[in-house]
Design a protein around this ligand. Structure first.
Ligand code: IPE
Ligand code: IPE
Ligand code: MG
Length: 244
């Protein structure tokens, strides 16, 4: 079965998971960390090369202050607990997103996790934090403009916060909503989308396998016809290759 090389996940539904149990929303986020730990292990086993997860969006600052501070504390705690294990398992961490607006403590946590895992090569784990797809395009364009570099698709891609990895092959969104919510807008141009009702804290290896089985049945055409993709002579396209 064709396993996607780069999987992106919008980890949604933590709040509803908690509310169903009469728990505070932050309890759902805590359980969400466990689901992420299990998903990382499942991706390592399945030889996925890159896992990119949406942990906190540019828009999530609009939530109640106690939920925002709860998420910040949870991030710092989760890093302290998980980074040694991730390091030992060959996972390389990156935190694409805007560092401005984050506290010094959070920024130190992100930087030290990136440093501690920088030599790893089994799985790249991008935890998008204070990330927005529009922010990413704008910051890349600003950077090129300030350096006097012409803006092209290639130069913009190189200036984006996801330049260190290929574009996602599959994007999973849990929690039942069918929208992108300002995740990887530029990078998801040809990503296969998969939506599931499963709430993020309930997500597990079996759910991941369901998404992978669905992905394996897709034909990625990148603008070409189905017949061209089926033919072995199909000219290679820059963004990826066809598979049935
Ligand atoms: C996703 O779960 C996690 C974050 C946005 C931080 P939600 O907190 O959005 O959960 P629901 O959508 O309210 O259930
Ligand atoms: C998207 O979920 C962001 C993350 C999962 C971090 P949201 O719950 O914030 O998205 P909307 O508001 O329902 O679109
Ligand atoms: Mg949500």
């Amino acid at each position: 079965m064709q396993v996607p090389k780069h999987v992106a996940i919008v980890m949604d539904g933590n709040g509803r998971w908690a509310q169903k149990r009469w728990l505070p929303r932050v309890a759902g986020h805590k359980q969400g960390v466990d689901a992420l730990r299990n998903t990382v292990a499942a991706c390592l086993e399945r030889k996925v090369r890159v896992l990119t997860v949406f942990a906190f969006s540019s828009e999530n600052w609009s939530r109640p202050a106690d939920e925002v501070s709860g998420l910040m504390e949870l991030l710092v705690m989760a890093l302290a607990r998980e980074v040694p294990k991730l390091e030992a398992n060959g996972v390389r961490l990156h935190f694409p997103g805007n560092r401005k607006g984050l506290s010094d403590k959070v920024v130190q946590g992100l930087e030290s996790a990136e440093r501690a895992t920088q030599h790893n090569d089994q799985l790249v784990l991008n935890v998008c934090f204070n990330y927005g797809g529009r922010w990413d395009v704008a910051q890349a364009a600003q950077r090129l403009a300030s350096q006097g570099i012409e803006i092209t698709e290639a130069s913009l891609s190189q200036a984006m916060s996801m330049a260190h990895v290929s574009d996602p092959d599959l994007m999973i969104r849990t929690g039942g909503e069918q929208r992108i919510s300002n995740f990887l807008l530029w990078q998801a141009a040809y990503t296969e989308l998969y939506f599931t009702e499963c709430l993020w804290p309930d997500f597990d290896a079996a759910e991941l396998d369901r998404a992978f089985a669905d992905y394996a049945g897709r034909q990625r055409r990148f603008g070409r016809t189905a017949e061209q993709c089926a033919s072995e002579e199909a000219a290679p396209v820059p963004t990826g290759s066809c598979h049935a």
